[in-house]
Design a protein around this ligand. Structure first.
Ligand SMILES: [Cu+2]
Length: 163
């Protein structure tokens, strides 16, 4: 059961990257998750960057875990260089995807201790900084999130409106 779920989520995750081939498959996954057709975008290159956005990851005094800023508004066609800093005392990740894909990933992560790697994600140990360059190609709503077990529930997610 778990293996099947893992396989389908990985297939979905890779199809959300911009270089995946167009899919003729049903958009319905499992029994209650409907994947929309929005393209999440693709990795960008430095010479295309038209926005730099600093993102902090941290734990708060009252026990929450947050990204700052907590939401973003961009335009389709923007290439953003995210400069990400982990100001917390725990490892955090920044993963950029469609909300429904993050939700599937979160289910998997709940029973696993690994972190993500891939072109749409970066994992940072406490005190570390890193960057991710992404080109947003389609209008819609994306999400950045930390899917380490318990972190999303503690507040580590934010919406990206691409207009
Ligand atoms: Cu985290």
């Amino acid at each position: 059961m778990k293996v099947l779920l893992l396989t389908s989520a990985i297939a979905i995750a890779s199809s959300s990257l911009g270089n995946a081939s167009p899919s003729n498959e049903s958009p319905r996954v499992g029994t209650d998750v409907v994947i929309n057709e929005m393209n999440v975008g693709r990795p960008g290159i430095l010479s295309e960057v038209d926005h730099e956005i600093h993102v902090s990851m941290l734990e708060t005094e009252d026990g929450r875990m947050v990204f700052s800023p907590s939401s973003l508004t961009l335009k389709a066609g923007n290439t953003v260089r995210f400069l990400i800093e982990n100001h917390g005392e725990l490892t955090h990740e920044f993963i950029l995807d469609r909300p429904e894909i993050n939700a599937l990933h979160k289910q998997l992560m709940a029973s696993r201790s690994e972190t993500h790697f891939g072109e749409n994600a970066i994992t940072l140990a406490p005190g570390k900084t890193g960057e991710l360059i992404w080109k947003f190609t389609d209008e819609g709503t994306l999400e950045f999130a930390c899917l380490i077990a318990g972190h999303y529930e503690s507040g580590m997610f934010g919406q990206i409106a691409v207009n």
